[in-house]
Write a protein that binds this ligand. Structure first.
Ligand SMILES: NC(=O)c1ccc[n+]([C@@H]2O[C@H](COP(=O)([O-])OP(=O)(O)OC[C@H]3O[C@@H](n4cnc5c(N)ncnc54)[C@H](OP(=O)(O)O)[C@@H]3O)[C@@H](O)[C@H]2O)c1
Length: 241
């Protein structure tokens, strides 16, 4: 007898299945496949039998993905066209945007990666017929200073623009907005309370939450604050209205 995983019907990769034996593996393409959250997510997804595919721009990173049970596709998201990216998404059940210019990058790469690459991924998802899009955004995007040249404010505005673009689309999107990321071990517990004071969250818990959100229709078309907190990850998503 199968173990009921408690997932609602209608989710990608699960469709009518409600048991471990019947679960249909999901092909999940992760933009920024060698990022710290992405690597943790790839490990989790391959561990539950899914097929993670990471998009990386450095061929040397492919081996790290393969070690985590993921396939690596070499593509620079600042250079690729929509058709090229759509061909990578062919046959995928979901996409995850986990790329970023990173803390060391200047304002130009906030535009080209944090904003434009996220929008390119949505264009390509639509072109390839992939409805599910999980965005790794950031807490605070809705409070970005519209005028500041400070690189963090430019970053927040770029993330806010990418989030707004995604919200406008007819896709099954979820925008996850974590607090400041840490490399502490995962706790398996989070808070989705949008009124909570900003606080940190381990990348491991973000990856856990992304895995849990991926095929939960209750998260579709929602923007969710994600912080460390008291609620077991799966229960937090089950409790969503
Ligand atoms: N830091 C925080 O406190 C914080 C808080 C909330 C949200 N966030 C968001 O969370 C995201 C994920 O966090 P993380 O720590 O996992 O990020 P990360 O380790 O910096 O990973 C970002 C990945 O994006 C890739 N990338 C950059 N430009 C690319 C391009 N042109 N084509 C393909 N891939 C490209 C990078 O590849 P390379 O290795 O080749 O550069 C890197 O592997 C961040 O980017 C940020 O937007 C961060």
């Amino acid at each position: 007898m199968g173990v009921d995983m408690g997932y609602g019907g209608g989710g990608y990769g699960r469709r009518t299945a409600r048991t471990v034996e019947e679960r249909i593996p999901m092909r999940v393409v992760i933009a920024g496949g060698h990022g710290q959250i992405a690597l943790l997510l790839e490990e989790r997804l391959s561990g539950r039998g899914d097929q993670p595919v990471g998009i990386v721009r450095n061929p040397d990173h492919v081996a790290d993905l393969e070690q985590r049970g993921a396939e690596g596709v070499v593509l620079d998201l600042e250079q690729a066209g929509v058709e090229e990216l759509a061909s990578v998404l062919d046959g995928a059940d979901a996409v995850v945007f986990a790329a970023g210019g990173g803390p060391g990058s200047g304002t130009a790469r906030k535009e080209t990666v944090d904003k434009n690459a996220a929008i390119l991924l949505a264009d390509a998802a639509e072109r390839a017929g992939v409805r599910r899009y999980l965005m790794v955004s950031s807490m605070g995007t809705d409070r970005a200073d519209p005028d500041s040249d400070d690189v963090f404010q430019v970053y927040l505005r770029a993330k806010a623009a990418a989030d707004a673009d995604l919200r406008s689309r007819d896709l099954d999107w979820t925008i996850v907005q974590p607090g400041r990321l840490t490399d502490e071990p995962g706790t398996g517990r989070v808070s989705l309370d949008p009124s909570a004071e900003p606080r940190e969250i381990p990348r491991a818990d973000v990856a856990h939450a992304l895995e849990a959100a991926l095929d939960r229709p209750a998260t579709y078309r929602k923007q969710l604050t994600l912080l460390s907190g008291p609620d077991p990850v799966e229960e937090a998503f089950v409790a969503l209205p």
